[in-house]
Write a new protein. Structure first.
Length: 83
């Protein structure tokens, strides 16, 4: 199954590791270090021109999505519940 992250970006649900609200970047030192490392290694993609509302971590990349983490989690759970 696939999850739409916004814009034209779709990922395989099997690649999904975690979905966070973008505020975690400012509130957690550990997550800030993790994201800084990912930026340094060019392993980050910003989806669209809108302000990011969530951070999606996959096995291969980190995405900044304009869709809320709540909505993305619902989309992800709808696929896992039916499996």
């Amino acid at each position: 199954m696939y999850i739409h992250l916004g814009g034209e970006k779709v990922i395989r649900s099997a690649e999904l590791v975690a979905i966070f609200d973008v505020s975690i970047e400012k509130s957690s030192k550990c997550s800030k270090q993790f994201l800084t490392y990912a930026h340094q290694h060019k392993n980050v993609e910003v989806i669209g021109d809108e302000e990011a509302k969530s951070i999606v971590v996959t096995k291969g990349k980190i995405y900044y999505s304009p869709i809320s983490s709540t909505t993305l989690k619902k989309r992800a759970n709808s696929f896992t519940a039916g499996a």
